[in-house]
Structures are given as C-alpha cells and as structure tokens.
Design a protein around this ligand. Structure first.
Ligand code: ATP
Ligand code: MG
Length: 560
C-alpha cells in the first residue's frame, strides 16, 4: 500500500489493511462513490470522494462512480453531468466504472419477487398514514399490517400489477417481512417499493414502481462486488437491514463501514438547504462563489489540491464533529501561496500625483512574480506620474501606529521608489480627492543608497496604464457559526450575512491583467487571493473574485 509512513492509519484503512492481510475478498479492494443526482456536490461530498477514491488508489483497488438514482421526482441529468464534472475536477477517475442504480431496476425487481416467493416480502395495501400508525415508536413496538400474511401468490399478482401501472400512487407498497417489534425502526417491515407514475431520466416510462433507497443501495453494492461500502454515520442503523437483504437473497455481502460526515462552521451542508438558497434567490445559483458546493468553491478560487489537502488533514473518524472553516481557508492559502502569481491592484483608489516626475515620462519596473517560486520569474510593471493607491493606505492625521502614507511621511512604493507626501487636495466638502508626493530618483527598485529606512511598503497601480475592472469581495454566507441547529425555531436563512457580497466597480489593476482567461488565480499583493470569474462585467470586462484575504486565522490561532 502507498502510504505516508509518518501518518497513522485511520480506522477505515486499518480495517482494510486487516482484511487484506486475511486475504478477505482474495485481497481485492473495491469502493464506490454513490451520489444521488438530486443536487450539486458540496465540500462534504469531497470528503467521501477523497476517501473512496483515495482508499482504492492506496490499496491498488478500484472505485466506481454510481448514481443512486432511485427517486425520479427529484433527479435529473443536469445533476448527473455536474457531479461527473466535479469528481473529475477534483482529479479522480472512475475509468470505465460508471454505474447507475437504475441499471439494476430489473435485478432489483427480480430480487423482490424472490423475497416474496420466500415469504420474506409482501404487498401491503394500507395507506401511508396507516402504515405510519402501525409503525410504533422507539418505546412501543409496531403493529403488524392485516396484509402481512396475505398469500404469496396474491402478493406476486399485486406486485406485478403495481409494476404494470394498474394502480394509483399510494394504493399499495411492497414491504420486507422482517420484525414489527424490532428495537430498530428500520427493521419494522420497511417499504421496498412504492408506486410512482413518474418518468425517470434514464429509464423513461418503463417503470411505474421504484425501489426505495434502502432496498436499492445494498443490492447495488452487492451487484458491483463492492468490498468496503463506506458511508456516513446516519446509515449505521440501516446496516442490519442491508445485511438482512443480502443474507435472505443469498448474494455477495459487502462490508459497510460508517464514518462521520463533514460539518463546517458558518456553512450549511444539506442539498435541500442549498437548493432553498438557490430557489429563494439568496445566492446567484449553485455555483455562487459563496456556496459550499464544489462548483461554488471552484468559482470562488479554491483549487482541487487545496480541497484534497483539507480532506487529508481532517481525516476520517466515527465521531460527529464540526470543522472550523478557517482550516479549509488555511489549506487554500497554503496552496495558493506556492502557486499564485503576484500582481498589484487597487480596490478603493486614491490618486497620487508625483509632482517632480515628468508628465510625459514613464518606465517599466521589475516585479517578482512569486517570491515562493523563483522559476516564476519577473514581469514589468509600468510607473508614471499619476498613480492609484489604496484609500486606507493614506491618513491625513494618522494615529501613532499608522506607518503608511501621511503628510510629510516617506514610504516605499513596491518595486518602485520612496515617495514623500507633500500635499493633500480636497474638494469643497473637504473630501480628499488626491494627494501630491515627490519621489527620490535615487531609490529606484525600492532601496535608498544612503541606507535610510522607511516603515511601510504600499502597492500601487499606474493611473495612465492601469486597467479598470470590477472586483467582487466575498464574506461568509452566514453570520452564525452553526446556522442549522438549536436556534429556537429560527430558520437558517435568518442567519444569512447581508454583507457577504460587495461589488466594487472601479478598481485599478496592473495592465498585465488586461487579457486573462476565466479561472486563473492571482495574489493581489497585500489584498488577498483572487480569481477571474466566468462572468463579465456590464462593460464586457473580466471580473475578479476575491477568494480569501491573506490573514490566516487558522495559522494564527495555532501559533504558526
Ligand atoms: P445531503 O445530506 O447533503 O443532501 P446526501 O447524503 O443526501 O447529502 P448523497 O448524494 O446521498 O448526498 O451522498 C453521496 C455520498 O456522499 C454518500 O455516501 C454520503 O454519505 C456522502 N456525503 C454526503 N454528505 C457528506 C458529508 N457532509 N460528509 C461526508 N460525506 C458526505
Ligand atoms: Mg442522501
């Protein structure tokens, strides 16, 4: 097995290592990632993808992509396609192992017939309310349906007629005959099939009955000879039922192992809630850069690498916990720090006029593309008499600890010169509209030959050569670290952050960013990491999304 020796194995990899040592399944390892195509994938799914594909790779096994498409009312091909795109983007390949639970509808039907014939399943003609009443509670056993002991032939006949579309939805269901007194509610004669007069995105109008997830999932794993069926903790109580089905059917039995879901602070993670944000227009779509979907994170500027590193860091356990979203952001900064080219851009521009710099003069200065990567080389940045700096890099009456530009103060303009502020120009209402500086020609490149020091270095963009672009700044989508739980009946949407998006239409960027494609990451010096968006602004120009600022709350909290 390919494994980092310094890392101890998590409980799942420990089990698989033991199974292999015992030559279980002839030493074969087969996993699968089984999304239901009823929404787009989110960062929680990435944990499952990294685990399933990761384990397969490490143990020389295989990982299938299987769509668990048993509910035609909620599923469609748009989701199928986006899920495949997201898995590929993360860098995983299912090769020729793409499957659909719907491919097994005939097998599942045959299994159902087998169970009816064996006296292990029956058609129940109670309605949904009655079935619920009969089910009992955690403290009370359930009651058997009066149809539980109907003759096998009658069940077969009714089930076939359910299939042929003779009955209305809800008229009958097929149930497993397990144990209405079981302490595990999943074992109280669970429904295996229901009538649904709905076309399916793959099987069309072929079926009027569809298997329940609980009847489809384990058998799909079995058909694919999955050795280790890895799923999240909420399926722990379903495991006895999955085992019951494969035992009764006498078919290959995969081993199910449950692990804890990923939960993140300041994030909602259920597809249903993410869907609600989209349909209510709280966000611009599933790929809104504030969404925890893989398409949203990608558009926000997350790299596949950073997500995989993050999944590696959080590991897999059996205990429910909540991960600090700052760790995800930390993994991203770590990755982008190594790879993102540095550029200069000004988000809230204030004009600077260099009064001793000739009006018709300009020059190209050398700027380092990535101090973390010498091979990234250098580029030229144009400098001229009029520049833009960040408004908050200037203060007319600075407090003690403010070292940036202020009247009479000399600071370094990155890669350029030392400049000293000489004048502040205001409009009639007293707003600062520009500032005047002088520069010291001896300090080209940002160092004084006489060795004098300045306390601050600020970024800038040439007013003459800079390009004007729209920049979108993002903050957390929710103001509460746990918007989903324990909130005295409050809807999670009540915790939406009204300031999660700020659009700045007049930012000035260095001209090297004039013709860039969508989806390229940059670091704007001092401001954070940015990525070019697929959208264009009203004037047809590239839009830049801020991915994250440079402040790493995680590293800071951990003293790194
Ligand atoms: P949601 O609850 O967000 O709607 P789901 O579990 O219904 O998600 P599926 O399409 O059924 O979504 O999930 C596919 C796989 O991804 C399953 O094996 C599921 O256990 C896993 N998965 C879903 N959410 C998470 C999560 N937050 N952390 C880890 N794995 C997850
Ligand atoms: Mg699900």
């Amino acid at each position: 097995m390919e494994q980092d020796n310094n890392k101890s194995l998590d409980f799942i990899r420990t089990i698989i290592t033991e199974d292999m040592a015992n030559n279980k399944n002839e030493g074969r390892v087969a996993t699968r990632f089984p999304p239901e195509p009823n929404g787009h994938l989110h960062i929680g799914h990435a944990k499952s993808i990294c685990l399933n594909f990761g384990v397969a790779k490490e143990f020389g096994g295989t990982c299938n992509l299987r769509f668990d498409d048993t509910n035609p009312t909620k599923e469609n091909t748009e989701y199928v396609e986006s899920i495949m795109e997201d898995v590929k983007w993360l860098g995983f390949s299912w090769g020729d192992r793409l499957y659909y639970a719907s491919d097994y509808f005939q097998n599942l039907y045959d299994y159902a017939i087998q169970l009816i014939k064996d006296g292990k399943a029956y058609v129940d003609s109670l309605n949904a309310d009655q079935i619920r009443e009969h089910r009992g509670t955690l403290n009370e056993p359930g009651k058997e349906s009066p149809f539980r002991n109907r003759p096998v032939e009658e069940s077969i006949d009714l089930f076939e007629r359910m299939k042929s579309g003779e009955f209305d939805e809800g008229a009958h269901v097929l149930r497993a005959k397990v144990d209405m007194a079981s302490g595990n509610l999943n074992m109280r004669d669970p429904i295996m099939y229901r009538i649904l007069k709905q076309p399916h995105h793959r099987t069309g109008d072929t079926w009027s009955i569809y298997p329940m997830y609980d009847f489809a999932h384990g058998q799909s794993d079995s058909i694919e000879k999955i050795t280790h069926s890895l799923c999240t903790l909420e399926f722990e109580a379903h495991r006895p039922l999955y085992n019951w089905f494969v035992d009764e059917l006498g078919i290959y039995a995969p081993r199910q192992i449950e692990f804890a879901r990923l939960n993140l602070t300041y994030t909602v993670m259920s597809k249903r809630k993410l869907m609600q944000l989209v349909t209510e227009g709280q966000v611009s779509g599933w790929d809104d850069p504030r969404m925890p979907t893989l398409s949203g994170l990608r558009r926000r500027g997350y790299t596949a690498n950073s997500i995989k590193t993050f999944c590696d860091k959080i590991g897999v356990t059996k205990h429910d916990s909540v991960t600090d979203v700052a760790l995800l952001e930390h993994s991203l900064r770590d990755d982008l720090n190594k790879t993102a080219p540095r550029v200069m851009g000004v988000l809230n521009p204030l004009k600077v006029v260099i009064t001793n710099y000739p009006e018709d003069q300009s020059e190209e200065l050398d700027a380092v593309n990535n101090p973390e990567d010498e091979s990234a080389g250098k580029r030229k940045v144009p400098f001229s008499r009029e520049l833009y700096i960040e408004r908050d890099d200037f203060m007319e009456d600075p407090p003690k600890k403010f070292y940036r530009l202020s009247p009479g103060r000399e600071v370094r303009f990155r890669y350029a010169y030392f400049l000293t502020c000489t004048d502040v120009i205001k409009d009639e209402s007293g707003n600062i509209i520009e500032i005047h500086c002088t520069y010291d020609p001896e300090t080209k490149g940002g160092n004084a030959p006489d060795g004098r020091k300045v306390k601050a270095t600020i970024h800038w963009v040439s007013a003459k050569y800079g390009i004007k672009r729209e920049v979108r700044l993002y903050d957390r989508l929710f103001t509460d670290p746990d918007p989903e739980h324990n909130k005295e009946g409050k809807e999670f949407t009540e915790f939406l952050n009204p300031d999660s998006l700020t659009v700045l239409k007049e930012c000035y960027l260095e001209p090297s960013l004039a013709d860039v494609k969508p989806g390229v990451n940059y670091q704007f010096e001092r401001l954070g990491y940015f990525i070019t968006d697929p959208d264009v602004s009203d004037d047809g120009q590239t839009v830049f999304n801020r991915t994250v600022t440079l402040r790493d709350a995680w590293a800071k909290a951990k003293g790194r």
